[in-house]
Design a protein around this ligand. Structure first.
Ligand code: FEO
Length: 390
């Protein structure tokens, strides 16, 4: 077969979606993405693991032109970017059996209208034989839906992980051979998709990491022939200890809040703290999500608009709340025209963030010496709390 071979009689199929720039009508994809499908051929039977996005079934069907029979189609996850072409593949192989987790079966029926009579649920640890190859199913719930599972191919030590360890990254090659590029894409993917489920991610890493994995083959982005690269990266990201970093998303309408941001960034930098500053009117929210993975503190900079924060601050605060980063401290800075209730509006937006709220710094109009002094005090408070962080 004329497809990248990731192990003996195991091929990477699927679609590299170079030009897609938005996922879920929400997530920016600066580097495109891929929907990976894997063909595993044993001496007796053949399996296809995951399909492709709903919009692209024909691309996968073309790839399967030379494949006479498929006995099993493994659906690791019901979401449409992997199971969207399931019905088309089922039609091409009418005797193929669909294997998925207990929770996935009704989801395939609900979300994709798949005929339940063709689907068999498999248990955690259950195996099917392809002859000289075995597929073992590993329940890995909540990475990132409740029904998600992985497949382990012990003879070749390949872990097919679906979204888990994936990256939205279009590449011409099958392998993650450019670590810096893959690291950023995988961290972005983790931040946007997996971070809200850190306890489940931790439990599932412990579960899969007992195996002697040679290859991790996710269903987005390139495959890892150095599995510990991505496993260790995940272990770092899920750790409960944040880093000596501040994330500062802000908006400025007339420049006053911007002056405060500039001063605070400088004051924090002088104290040895790494700062990530984002102008919310132009920022890529994926970059903001990446910065939130490790930060110990978030400081929101906002002007006052109709007594509350700028609408883009509502959006960013809600996003941070649902992503549940491990931040420990938060504060608000900004300028107002004549009165403000920005703190009262922002605080209820972030109930999931178990943070200590540091005294806000709010000033009327242009910031003046006492306001800059208050920003210096805020920087000192943050530095004190970060004292033991790396
Ligand atoms: Fe890539 Fe959750 O689908």
């Amino acid at each position: 077969m004329n497809f990248p071979k990731i192990a003996d009689n195991v091929w990477k199929l699927g679609v590299t979606d170079w030009d897609r720039r938005l996922f879920d009508a929400l997530i920016p994809l600066p580097d495109g993405t891929s929907y990976n499908s894997y063909l595993v051929r044993g001496t007796e039977k053949t399996a296809l693991l995951d399909t492709v996005d709903t919009a692209l079934p024909d691309r996968l069907l073309e790839q399967l032109d030379g494949v006479e029979s498929i006995d099993f189609i493994i659906a690791h996850h019901a979401e449409q970017d992997h199971s969207g072409a399931l019905e088309a593949v089922m039609a091409k192989y009418p005797s193929a059996e669909i294997l998925c987790s207990n929770k996935c079966k009704p989801m395939l029926q609900d979300h994709l209208g798949i005929d339940g009579a063709r689907i068999r649920s498999v248990q955690d640890g259950e195996t099917v034989s392809l002859g000289d190859k075995t597929l073992e199913f590993i329940a890995t719930p909540w990475v990132h839906w409740p029904e998600t599972m992985c497949t382990w191919l012990p003879e070749d030590r390949v872990l097919f992980s679906c979204d888990f360890f994936g990256s939205h990254l279009a590449t011409s090659g099958a392998w993650a051979d450019d670590p810096a590029r893959v690291y950023e894409a995988a961290k972005r993917y983790y931040a946007e998709i997996m971070m809200p489920f850190r306890p489940s991610v931790r439990a599932n890493i412990a579960k899969i990491n007992t195996r002697d994995i040679a290859v991790i083959a996710p269903s987005h982005g390139p495959c890892y022939r150095d599995p510990q690269f991505i496993i260790k990266s995940y272990q770092d990201w899920i750790s409960d200890t944040p880093k000596n970093e501040v994330v500062l998303p802000y908006i400025s309408m007339h420049g006053s809040t911007r002056k405060m941001v500039d001063h605070l960034v400088s004051a924090l930098s002088q104290r040895g703290i790494t700062v990530y500053q984002f102008d919310l009117s132009v920022t890529d929210i994926g970059k903001l999500a990446i910065a939130l993975v490790d930060a110990a503190t978030v400081v929101i900079g906002t002007p006052t608009l109709h007594m509350g924060p700028h609408p883009l601050v509502f959006y960013a605060a809600h996003l941070a709340n649902v992503l549940r980063p491990k931040v420990k401290y938060a504060s608000v800075i900004g300028s107002y025209g004549w009165a403000t209730k920005v703190v009262e509006h922002i605080t209820p937006l972030i109930p999931n963030l178990k943070v200590e709220l540091l005294p806000p710094v709010l000033c009327k109009g242009l910031p003046k010496e006492p306001d800059f002094a208050a920003l210096d005090s805020l920087a000192a408070s943050i530095a004190e709390r970060h004292a033991n962080l790396l």
